[in-house]
Design a protein around this ligand. Sequence first.
Ligand SMILES: C[S@@+](CC[C@H](N)C(=O)[O-])C[C@H]1O[C@@H](n2cnc3c(N)ncnc32)[C@H](O)[C@@H]1O
Length: 401
Amino acid sequence: MSNSVIMNKKYRYISLFCGCGGFDLGMEIDEFECIGAFDINKLVVSVYNKNIANVAQVFDLSRDFNFKHSDLDVILSGAPCQGFSTAGKRNLHDPRNSLFLRAVEIVLQQKPKVFIAENVSGILSGQHKIKYMDVAISLLESSGYKTSLSVVDCRNLGMAQMRKRAILIAWNTGKKFNLPDPVGRPMTIREAIGDISGGIDNHEPSTCRAIGVQSVIAKRIRPGQKLSNVRSGKRSVHTWDIPEVYGKTCKKERDVLEAILRIRRKERIRDWGDADPVSLESLKQYLGYDPIKTVCKLKEKGFIKNKDEKIDLTNTFNGKYRRLCWDEQSLTVDTRFGSPILFLHPTEDRAYTVREAARLQGFPDCFTFEGPLKAQYEMVGNAVPPPLAAFICRCIVNLLS
Ligand SMILES: C[S@@+](CC[C@H](N)C(=O)[O-])C[C@H]1O[C@@H](n2cnc3c(N)ncnc32)[C@H](O)[C@@H]1O
């Protein structure tokens, strides 16, 4: 990243929605020079400038974009994904969604040889695909670009993280191209973070410890398990399995709770959300006896509640306190990886430090993060993993040469 290295670089690119620079860090491996990076967030721009190159600036990309360069090779876009993500509400009209198409408008204005857009794979389903991805492809193709759309699973890039991302590549160089499927062996969480110890930047386990009730719950969750009242099986620990926090239950009460758990999934009416409340009649039929007395007890104890004419579990908790396994891959590193209520370290009763989250995302330890902790987790979770960027970068070089 020194000036002498930058001067020898051959291909010029700009980075839209650059964040702290995960995408751009991957581009550093080849002969690419970033000549402009843009993001609305002052803190991520500062982190980018300290770690990548001093070319990022605070800019609202929804405004007029007057960047001028006669011979631009590549535009990168890592537009916000919140409105497309299945981890959120998937609001089709989230105002941030339009930024995905805003990047395409900038491409049509700047006319780079290659455009690369990364987003969550949720952008490839339902109305989201029709309203955003299909429109993007049609705009690009009607302006003379060829396009390729793929989903890459980061585990196949040798990473220790399950993260599937949609990659749209557009080019106007007349070449034939398809992004190949990567076929690497996934790393384990142990291999990725098992050697991290004190004295390393952005690694302070005390900041993400489970405290109070959280730590009592965390102690009950073994590797591979999560707190969930809406799933059965060995991977789910229920609130009724943790009497020291949620109160004691007898066998008969636990049988009724388990029955509600199963019926509510079997008889679901909605096709969204986790499942539906159940009627007393269904419960009676399922159990083969009238459970009304036990139901009343469970209401008093706070385990179940009335919902319209039916009953439902008070806490559904689908997937809190997920404790990952050392020898498996991590779930998708998101912006909440520092919360023990959501994610637990394989053996310690805490969440992940910023450094651990960054390692799982493929950032080297020399890349440092700053600002309030919440913001650091956000920039790490939002980043395009540098190994994914590096893979794409190596593949598109042929389009330019
Ligand atoms: C998914 S993150 C980008 C991650 C980045 N490409 C990386 O690899 O680290 C989306 C970014 O879009 C930025 N953003 C949101 N609205 C914006 C706007 N109107 N103009 C510019 N940047 C915006 C956010 O601040 C955030 O950093």
